[in-house]
Design a protein around this ligand. Structure first.
Ligand SMILES: [Zn+2]
Ligand SMILES: [Zn+2]
Length: 336
């Protein structure tokens, strides 16, 4: 089968790989669509806990073509997506029902071969039917499931005001999900005007270009600060500033992925004096069903977020586009 492999950091190529066989309890999926995520770029650059050589790809959809021994819920022809995260179900975190904090978390496309290939296997319990979603839509269930997990932690309240730093695909998913959770005012900032236009179309009540006037405009729009401040850029400097926009009793949701060894300077006194909450959210935490429901109902639109569709043999171009094209949102490979 055709597959895109990262052989070592900074070394990727399209190869002819052996088609995987579904082991006991596994489902073999013929991949139809698979999206590139920031994590794939980190894996490419050697900045993530991945095992090389690796076929990455953890946001995908496709059709079941075979099932391993003991699989009961799926049969060939079923249209599906899969939660890439495979917790060990044995460690203290798993035993506390915190599978995203599993001490031996395995993941399709990170620690085992993923979906930038014609075929991928997934454990039956990780597979979800996608109903009438298109394959392109269903390949965005995983990123939205990460958003859903964060939302459950942050708990948006009716009428909340929110500011989102970053209007990429994740920022635009968060924007829609936050509005649907009851936020009345959602302001989005980004350095790229084109992305702000997308955010405006997807329901941002105001968009602000992240230039020298951003600070003034954000403070003018909500002089007491915002109920919820959402950091989606992963840029430490943005995180540092973002906390200053939270109102007293406000929340800061840390969603963007900062460099691992980065440090920031914040004023702990402000956290104390203002009763602030800083909330992280990591990956998916059994939130696929909710994510599928949000897309199926139309509450969250994902198709406008797909900026590029490429065949898999253009894998290296895809990586390049996903990292550098100023007009990029989600870059997807269409396989069938
Ligand atoms: Zn991802
Ligand atoms: Zn575990």
């Amino acid at each position: 089968m055709l597959a895109a492999q990262i052989e070592a950091p900074e070394k990727a190529r399209v190869i002819e790989a052996e088609k995987p066989m579904p082991g006991p309890g596994d489902v073999l999926i013929e991949v139809a669509a698979a999206g590139i995520c920031g994590t794939d770029l980190h894996i490419f650059h050697g900045e993530y806990e991945a095992k090389y050589p690796l076929i990455p790809g953890h946001e995908f959809s496709g059709t079941v073509v075979a099932v391993g021994a003991g699989v009961e819920r799926y049969r060939p022809g079923d249209r599906v997506t899969a939660d890439p995260n495979i917790p060990c179900n044995r460690c203290p975190a798993c035993q506390r029902n915190e599978p995203n904090q599993c001490e031996q978390l395995a993941a399709i496309g990170v620690t085992r071969n993923g979906a930038f290939a014609q075929y991928v296997t997934a454990p039956e319990g990780n597979v979800f039917p996608i109903g009438d979603l298109s394959f392109a839509q269903a390949a965005l269930v995983e990123p939205l499931a990460c958003v859903v997990w964060g939302l459950k932690r942050v708990q948006i309240q009716p009428g909340d005001s929110a500011v989102i730093f970053g209007a990429g695909p994740m920022g635009c998913l968060i924007l829609q999900a936050v509005r649907h959770s009851g936020a009345a005012k959602v302001i989005v900032t980004d350095t790229v005007p084109w992305r702000l236009e997308q955010a405006a179309q997807l329901g941002a009540t105001e968009t602000i270009l992240a230039d020298s006037k951003q600070d003034q405009r954000l403070r003018a729009l909500s002089p007491r600060g915002y109920d919820v401040v959402i950091e989606v850029t992963g840029v430490p400097k943005v995180f540092e500033q973002s906390i200053t926009y939270a109102r007293p009793r406000g929340k800061l949701w840390m969603f963007g992925v900062p460099p691992r060894d980065s440090r920031v300077t914040i004023m702990p006194y402000d956290i104390f004096r203002k009763d602030l909450s800083i909330i992280g959210s990591f990956a998916v935490n059994r939130t696929f069903q909710e994510s599928i429901a949000l897309i199926q109902s139309g509450a969250v639109q994902v198709e406008p977020l797909i900026s590029h569709r490429l065949p898999l043999d253009r894998f290296c171009d895809g990586l390049e586009l996903a990292e550098h094209d100023p007009k990029r949102m989600k870059v997807q490979f269409a396989l069938s």
